[in-house]
Design a protein around this ligand. Structure first.
Ligand code: F6R
Ligand code: MG
Ligand code: MG
Length: 386
């Protein structure tokens, strides 16, 4: 087993909520568990099924590598079984993230989100699995930057000889369908210039520069771009390796002690604070939120998932939750006004133009703007003569 590569695959989907978009009930998790249980030994080494709000998260280990058809097919089957029950119970949005009628190859582009990494298990391999609801993959830009590039967050960047040479960030341009690699600390400012723009750039993977070891990966499937218009959520998941040459577990969690604003919340159309919670509190109800993040810590033991340790259950995050509530109160006051409301390009709902269509014929030109147009035309003509 030693020196054999292990793959950790986290595949998630929303296939029905009780009630509305608040919670994936136990029955659905059990349906998924039954499918994964049958695949142990044949496809999987181990698995853990959980949920964050209305999203089911399948955490799986195996030796088949990333993007493997068998593993992805298994996740698809689990979600299909859960969908059958969701439909029987008439749960809300039953099967909403299974966009294709049948599975082909891997789940990418079919609806579910997916974060996977393959590596040789270290002598001791602590990993943290993050699962979110009511936000999108860019929610990880800020905390991942802090974990892997900010020495005020991660003391290991200063004290650990294996981290001193920094990390390499794979950043995806979601709109341009391109990617770029940037290395910190040297290219930190350029990295920030990109990832501070949630409309376009998302961190996909992070590698340790010293040896190119994979350190972190995020699910970056954007359902709204895949399907052209709103069909479901892209609530993200992420895997982060911790300790001995990677940020310590406490450094991985530290960015969430001060909640940051993320896009999502009600109708995927509002900024809201990302609230760190334990598994039992991942039930977003207030204005369908505020957005939630869970952190489950595991130790891998020859691919077995030992755990989880429900890391945000710690009282040390009580204050972060209080702050998140305060931030929620403040921004909620803005109602449909920006900056609570997202700019139109970032909204998960593309329905506002439909609402406004009725006004199309009622718009009349502004007199002043007509005059301005005339004025600038005259100026242009003068410039041409000169
Ligand atoms: C956002 C989310 C919910 C729904 C909202 C309206 O990601 O899941 O906030 O957008 O409950 O849902 P529909 O349009 O299904 O009535
Ligand atoms: Mg839902
Ligand atoms: Mg969701």
């Amino acid at each position: 087993m030693e020196n054999e590569k292990i793959t950790v695959s986290v595949i998630k989907a929303d296939v029905g909520g009780l009630c509305g978009h608040t919670l994936a009930p136990e029955e659905l998790l059990e349906a998924c568990e039954a499918v994964l249980e049958e695949a142990v030994d044949e496809i999987l080494i181990d698995y853990y099924v959980t949920r964050c709000g209305d999203d089911i998260d399948l955490i799986m280990t195996h030796k088949l590598g990333c993007d493997n058809e068998k593993v992805h097919g298994l996740a698809w089957k689990a979600f299909e079984e859960a969908t059958k029950i969701a439909k029987e119970l008439k749960l809300y949005g039953a099967g909403q993230d299974l966009l294709a009628d049948s599975f082909s190859g891997n789940v990418r582009g079919l609806g579910p989100g997916c974060a996977e990494m393959e590596f040789i298990e270290r002598k001791s391999e602590p990993i943290v699995i993050f699962c979110c609801d009511k936000t999108d993959p860019t929610a990880f830009n800020y905390p991942l930057f802090k974990m892997f590039a900010d020495p005020f967050n991660t003391a290991g960047l200063v004290f650990d000889p294996s981290m001193i040479s920094g990390f390499k960030f794979e950043v995806h341009d979601i709109i341009g369908h391109k990617k770029v690699f940037l290395e910190t600390p040297e290219e930190m400012y350029m990295l920030l210039a990109l990832i501070g723009d949630y409309e376009r750039y998302a961190i996909k993977r992070i590698f340790r520069r010293k040896d190119n070891e994979i350190a972190a990966v995020v699910s970056t499937e954007k359902l709204n771009y895949i399907a052209g218009e709103y069909v479901g959520k892209d609530d993200p998941v992420a895997i982060v390796r911790a300790q001995s040459g990677f940020p310590a577990v406490g450094e991985v969690l530290e960015p969430f002690a001060n909640p940051h604003f993320v896009p999502g919340w009600m109708r995927g159309s509002h900024w809201g604070p990302l609230m760190p919670v334990g598994e039992d509190d991942a039930i977003p109800t207030r204005f369908d939120g505020p957005p939630r993040i869970m952190a489950l810590g595991f130790q891998l033991s020859n691919g077995m998932l030992i755990g989880p340790n429900d890391l945000f259950e710690d009282k040390g995050f009580d204050k972060a939750r209080e702050k998140a509530f305060e931030m929620a109160d403040i921004i909620r006051r803005m109602g449909p006004f920006q900056p609570h409301r997202l700019p139109s390009g970032m909204m998960e709902y593309t329905t506002v133009p439909k609402v406004l269509k009725a006004l199309e014929d009622r718009f009349i030109p502004l007199e002043e703007s007509e005059k301005l147009k005339e004025g600038s035309q005259k100026r242009e003509n003068r410039d041409d003569v000169e």
